[in-house]
Design a protein around this ligand. Structure first.
Ligand SMILES: [Zn+2]
Length: 241
């Protein structure tokens, strides 16, 4: 059993470094349940669902995507229920749908900077047969913010300024005092590898600071206290001066 419990209604499947699988979140309502991120493949989705079944948790009615990167989205075609994404994520997924997965096409994208080394390597590992890669756009698309009432608990799903990706979306669960922020706190390795955009970092700190929660769940590290997460970001901001 790998599924971890954060509260009576909130769980997560930890990230896996080998093929860069991110954390998958789960919020259990009385009527519906919601997952955060679809994972990087059908295999990843299946693993998550096996764990949910073992605990008698219903399969997600909604799967919310935190940003377009392959590791969070390539499992979308095999999730149960509806997929939900911000409009910028859906737009970007539309572009990725055009990508081909031959060695030649992948090499070309590395040369042009459309894709990056770490993703290229992990995609090859997760998909020994790259014909299995299938990219879909979310069925429900929003701009700004959308609230979903799961029964006894709700999720506020919001587009926000993040340093990691322009299309970042967070999932705030006020009743459980938890927020899922995807990889938001990382640098944008498609734009400028390892470097923070200072203005965006400042704005992200301002937005996250206002969210009244105890726990931040990070896309590849799992849960941290808000205090811990914010002090990391403030240190990074200080380092920019
Ligand atoms: Zn990412």
């Amino acid at each position: 059993m790998e599924l971890n419990k954060i509260s009576d209604r909130v769980y997560y499947l930890p990230s896996e470094e080998r093929t860069d699988r991110p954390v998958l979140g789960y919020i259990k309502g009385d009527k519906y349940s919601l997952a955060v991120d679809a994972g990087n493949s059908s295999d990843h989705v299946e693993k998550f669902y096996r764990e949910l079944r073992e605990l008698d948790l219903r399969l997600p009615d909604f799967t919310v995507i935190t940003h377009w990167h392959w590791d969070h989205t390539f499992g979308m075609h095999s999730v149960s229920g509806k997929t939900v994404a911000g409009h910028l994520t859906n737009r970007q997924l539309g572009e990725v749908q055009e990508w081909e997965w031959t060695d030649e096409a992948m090499e070309k994208r590395l040369q042009s900077g459309e894709d990056i080394e770490i993703c290229d390597q992990c995609i090859r590992l997760e998909y020994p047969d790259r014909n299995k890669i299938k990219i879909v756009r979310a069925e429900l698309e929003f701009t700004g913010v959308i609230n979903i009432d799961l029964g006894g608990v709700h999720c506020e799903i919001k587009e926000f300024t993040a340093t990691h990706s322009d299309d970042s979306v967070l999932v705030h669960v006020p009743e459980e005092r938890v927020v899922f922020i995807g990889d938001a706190e990382g640098t944008d390795d498609y734009q400028n590898q390892g470097e923070y955009d200072k203005a965006r970092l400042k704005e992200m700190i301002r937005v996250l600071e206002k969210i009244d929660v105890d726990i931040f769940v990070l896309g590849h590290d799992g849960p941290e206290s808000k205090l811990e997460a914010m002090s990391y970001l403030r240190d990074e901001l200080d380092r920019q001066d």
